[in-house]
Design a binder for this molecule. Sequence first.
Ligand code: GDP
Ligand code: ZN
Length: 444
Amino acid sequence: MASKDNDTIAAVATAPGRGGIGVVRVSGSQLAPLAKAILGQEPRPRIAQLCRFRGNQGDVLDEGIALYFPAPHSFTGEDVLELQGHGGPAVLQLIMSRCFELGARPAQAGEFTRRAYLNDKLDLAQAESVADLIDAASTEAARCALRSLTGEFSRRIHELVEALINLRMLVEATLDFPEEDVDFLKAADAFGKLTAIQTALEKTRKEARQGSLLREGVQAVLIGQPNVGKSSLLNQLAGQDVAIVTPVAGTTRDTVRETIQIQGVPLHIIDTAGLRETEDEIERIGIARTWEAIRQASVALLLVDAQHGITAAEQEIIVALPNTLPLLTIHNKIDLNQEHHRKQGNDLYLSAKTGEGVEALRTELLKIAGWQPEGEGLFMARDRHLDALAQAARHIEQASQSGDRLEFLAEELRLAQNALSAITGEFSADDLLGEIFSRFCIGK
Ligand code: GDP
Ligand code: ZN
């Protein structure tokens, strides 16, 4: 029976615009008739077939490769048909229209991956990493997403869940026998096992936080008067790692916002040149937005001309900044005058023109971001995962302080397990799924 979750969906899976090849992907519980109608022949499983794609009068819409993956051995776990035609918008539209004529409907964002999840082809963390891989803004982020996609992160979570289940069985068995007590648990090294889980969870959390940095990056605001060298500094920073700009859903490109990569960590820098009193309505909106960005920033970079240091104009901005916002003062143009910049405190001294001192700035920025890559590799984690890991850690901490209140211990272990299971999606509410998959691109 076709329902909303297994009716036939179709989408252009390749990026919009012109291209050598364009792929239409179709998925549904029963695709053989549709495939036969378009291809004019029986689709052959898992074989590249050079075919003419046909309209309802037998007319040729395009010529290309057809790939047919019958359920369950496909990305979605349903029958999947991929039509690789020529990559022009008009010809792809013809193929799409033909699919609609044959009963398909347009796929929603992320709907293919959602089906893969619902059909147990991927767990939720893996499904999310599909989107993260596509959206990866650096090669490091892409590698990280791929590790999550292949299930490294999920395996880690499963190991923790397994260990918790074993421990819970021990505790619940003790609860079931009134003659057993906390001494029985001690003899079975239950608390040693709990500590081991705690240690493993901390390790995973640390790696997940690093992975999340690669995904989310760091928000920095660059403050400075006109001509102190902000643009020059951005160019210097961007010079070595060429920034890959990817459009993020829901954000419009802002001219004062630049993203550079430092060792793959995206640093989103907002140029605040426009921060000043103004009567101009448009400029006011821009300034309001800049302040909004400042409120969301995790560090402020104040660029000053090394020859003047901090002047009244900069003071005015500094006092207006939230006082919890870390501030790094950078003295620029040290190539002009070597005498004026005796090093003070944590201030950095550099020349955006010659590049002197810029490497030290990169290092400092990574330090501020909390970037400490180590170990075998990272996982691409989202805030949702970090929250769940934190929640699990809290419950395990509670559990470790339960003393001889065994009911309490059992309950905290149960809650810790639930928190972890939410990461891979064992118990997920529909609205969470909607939220996750709606951010995918169409065709994925
Ligand atoms: P912005 O207005 O703050 O973005 O400043 P720009 O980056 O546009 O630079 C203003 C002027 O200062 C330009 O002429 C730059 O070439 C110059 N400049 C920027 N950084 C340096 C530096 O480190 N040394 C020297 N000598 N000139 C610089
Ligand atoms: Zn500028």
